[in-house]
Design a binder for this molecule. Structure first.
Ligand SMILES: *Cc1c(COP(=O)(O)O)cnc(C)c1O
Length: 383
């Protein structure tokens, strides 16, 4: 109906497709440097635990402001090895948030500990009060998730953890480069875990991850754990597992890392533009952050009739996402944790109402305008 009233808008709509994320744009811009980096690895042939991996670890540690960084094969592995190296296992409880990607909880399960879920705050991040209520004599660690790219109330979590003697392991898999209180995401707790899944703020050409820490002892344990527990070849000191990051992926990530801050800056500019264009509508927007604590891995709004809006945007050629449609405590795979529906009202409300809009550093401004205009027309049409 709205489209019938606006034939010009309808024509634009028919011709344009707005992708949720387009990874090719970044690759195109860096193509010669990426090819050169790959060629270098091919010419050296050091595919496993090679030179570019060591260099990338040093560069990523410097970027995060931590003493150490250890490359691993995924964000999940970074979380799992951090917990394992902190000696967390069967009989222990680890508190995290119900509103996160399954990997956070999968890592806790992988070491044999019990994940204890807490409800999120209104932005989907960790709520310190909800965490405090979950602390028991068995609690050993807390895993705050810098969800969507925003560092939450980490200083409160750190204080709470210190009071109760808990390790803090940050799930920074969506927050590469975010800065809060003068520190980077991942550098606040005992360890920080990053994912280099292709669509993350820093993405590889496949899977990859990194653990950062200021503890030399923890870094040493993770180095052992990621490569069959061996310091000396064929001598296996600890749990034998293979979670290494490929030299090729490290070489690619080394080309990208120097651009991360400018890409995040671009994400923040796009977020500000969305917020300006969507202001005044009955839509929940992310809190405006001018200090870099939010790097907008995702730009998530909160809206009534979300599914209707999503379908209407799809018919306007606009891809959107939902993070996350089924909260963890409602996942069949986690039924054994015994949580019931209604246990985490804020998480459940967001699962029904949140919508992630197209967001990546190279998102063309006319795409963003098209998204904002479509939302405005549709939502105003509901009034
Ligand atoms: C992507 C992600 C992970 C895990 O990443 P993988 O590299 O896919 O294992 C963990 N936690 C959060 C919040 C993520 O978004």
């Amino acid at each position: 109906m709205l489209r019938g009233l606006r034939p010009e808008a309808a024509r634009v709509t028919l011709n344009s497709h707005v992708a949720f994320v387009d990874l090719r744009a970044q690759t195109r811009a860096l193509h010669p440097a990426l090819i050169a980096a790959i060629e270098t690895v091919l010419s050296r042939g050091d595919y496993v635990l090679g030179d570019d991996l060591e260099r990338f670890e040093a560069e990523f540690a410097a970027f995060c402001g931590t003493g150490h960084a250890v490359g691993v094969d995924s964000g999940l592995s970074a979380l799992e090895l951090a917990l394992r190296a902190a000696d967390i296992g069967p009989g222990d409880e680890v508190i995290t948030q119900a509103n996160t990607f399954i990997a956070t909880v999968a890592a806790i399960l992988a070491v044999g500990a019990r994940p204890v879920l807490s409800d999120c705050d209104e932005q989907g991040g960790m709520d310190p009060a909800a965490v405090e209520a979950c602390v028991s004599p068995r609690t050993r660690a807390v895993v705050p998730v810098h969800l969507f790219g925003r560092i939450g109330e980490i200083e409160v979590i750190l204080a709470l953890a210190a009071t109760h003697g808990l390790a803090v392991i940050e799930d920074a898999c969506q927050a590469h480069g975010a800065v809060w209180l003068g520190k980077r995401a991942g550098s606040f707790g005992l360890a920080g875990a990053f994912s280099f899944y292709p669509s993350k703020n820093l993405g590889a050409f496949g899977d990859g991850g990194m653990l950062v820490t200021n503890s030399a002892a923890l870094a040493d344990k993770v180095r052992l754990l990621r490569s069959y527990g061996q310091r000396v070849k064929y001598v296996h000191e600890t749990t034998p597992m293979n979670h290494r990051l490929d030299t090729l992926q490290a070489a690619i990530l080394r080309v990208k890392l120097p651009h991360l801050d400018s890409w995040n800056y671009r994400r923040r500019r796009l977020a500000a533009s969305y917020m300006e264009r969507l202001g005044g509508l009955p839509i929940g927007l992310p809190w405006a952050e001018e200090d870099g604590r939010h790097v907008y891995h995702l730009f998530v709004i909160d809206v009534d009739r979300r599914d209707e809006l999503r379908a209407a945007l799809a018919s306007d050629g606009i891809e959107t996402g939902i993070h996350y449609p089924v909260p963890l405590h409602r996942q069949p795979a986690l039924a054994a944790l015994g949580y019931r529906e209604g246990a985490f009202p804020r998480t459940e409300r967001l699962a029904e109402r949140s919508l992630s809009l197209p967001m990546y550093p190279e998102l063309p401004v006319d795409h963003l305008e098209h998204v904002a205009t479509s939302i405005r027309h549709l939502v105003e049409g509901w009034a």
